[in-house]
Design a protein around this ligand. Structure first.
Ligand code: SF4
Length: 345
């Protein structure tokens, strides 16, 4: 046991380049997945690809003229690697133009794990694609089957390995709480994802959005999404797994867009979901450090950048911290990156 314990937050440092998202709702998707409502998520309807390319070029040219940037260009909302030829190349050629004038520094896309192969990765890499975010959703065969994803856990795993072998950065998107979910599946998915060492992960707990096949299943009573409290706890545990493998988690839950919220019928929706999960994860780290201290700390130093999330959303963790012997009065916020706990005598 020690009188004083110091430690650092295990979360990897955030990226500094801002993302310029280009949404291509459902473009290239072989079919619509049971849970997916990209049109409602992005507030954009399926449009013709030529019109999308034109508006991307126009908006990026305006940004360049105004001296904005640099940005990382991201093609989201569809299955980029399965766009009908030659659209992926056209978008990447346009991206190269803006890279050459210094507005864009990196290009990424999202796609499905069963829509990539060695040749496609090689071709897109040469055309300027730097990163692929794979919408894996789960590595569990039963979940993938019940959710109609049309590929196996092995395909998902191989897809991740192919991206890395093709000298591209990898991102993994998980969607916990899908049909076929069972206790422990998401934590196993998080573990598999973390050990594949992606640069980033995103986690979108499953919500029931109106107009999707999942909404029909939910109305029939054939599907129940996760409760909010369970979601926070599951996400907190997964965060510790990802951070333990030096993986940044850049999104927890769908952004609370009013346009989307009005279409959400059920599921764990809260504007501060990410903050709550991060706060719970931090509390778990502090709790394990208290074991080394062997008692309640009379004094605690917390890096200032965690001031806003220490007690969770609207002080939701105040009571559980008090039970650990930690109150607002025993805390000092400091400018360093180090946490310090000192025992009460
Ligand atoms: S989840 Fe992905 S692959 Fe499925 S419909 Fe939505 S964008 Fe397309």
């Amino acid at each position: 046991m020690h009188d004083t314990v110091t430690f650092h937050h295990p979360e990897p440092k955030p990226a500094t380049t801002r993302i310029w998202p280009v949404f291509l709702p459902f473009a290239g998707c072989p079919y619509r997945c049971v849970f997916c409502a990209q049109d409602k998520q992005t507030g954009q309807m399926e449009t013709e690809l030529g019109a999308m390319l034109e508006s991307m070029n126009r908006e990026l040219a305006e940004a360049a003229e105004q001296g904005k940037g640099p940005y990382e260009l991201a093609f989201y909302g569809g299955t980029f690697t399965a766009l009908p030829a030659p659209w992926a190349m056209r978008f990447l050629e346009a991206a190269t133009h803006f890279r050459n004038i210094g507005l864009i520094t990196r290009v990424r896309c999202s796609t499905r794990p069963d829509c990539i192969d060695e040749k496609t990765i090689h071709t897109l890499r040469k055309a300027g694609l730097d990163m692929i975010e794979l919408g894996v959703q789960s590595f569990d065969d039963a979940v993938l089957q019940a959710s109609g994803r049309g590929y196996s856990g092995e395909t998902a795993r191989k897809g991740c390995e192919l991206v890395k072998a093709g000298n591209m950065a990898l991102g993994i998107q998980l969607l916990p709480g899908l049909p076929g979910d069972r206790e422990g599946v998401f934590q196993e998915d998080a573990h598999i994802a973390a050990t594949l060492k992606p640069e980033i992960a995103r986690v979108y707990p499953c919500q029931v959005i109106d107009g999707t096949p999942l909404a029909t299943m939910w109305r029939r009573g054939d599907f129940t999404p996760w409760e909010l409290e369970r979601t926070k706890e599951e996400l907190a545990e997964a965060l510790l797994t990802f951070w333990g493998h030096h993986v940044r988690v850049i999104r927890l839950g769908l952004p609370p867009e009013p346009a989307l919220s009005e279409h959400v019928l059920a599921g764990p929706q809260h504007p501060a979901l990410g903050q709550s999960a991060r706060a719970l994860a931090l509390q778990s780290i502090i709790r394990s450090q208290l074991d080394c201290l062997g008692g309640a700390p009379g004094y605690m130093e917390v890096p200032r950048r965690y001031q806003g999330e220490l007690f969770g959303n609207a002080g939701e963790l105040k009571a559980s911290y008090a039970a650990m012997g930690i109150t607002r009065q025993s805390i000092r916020y400091v400018e360093t990156e180090r946490f310090l706990l000192r025992k009460e005598h």
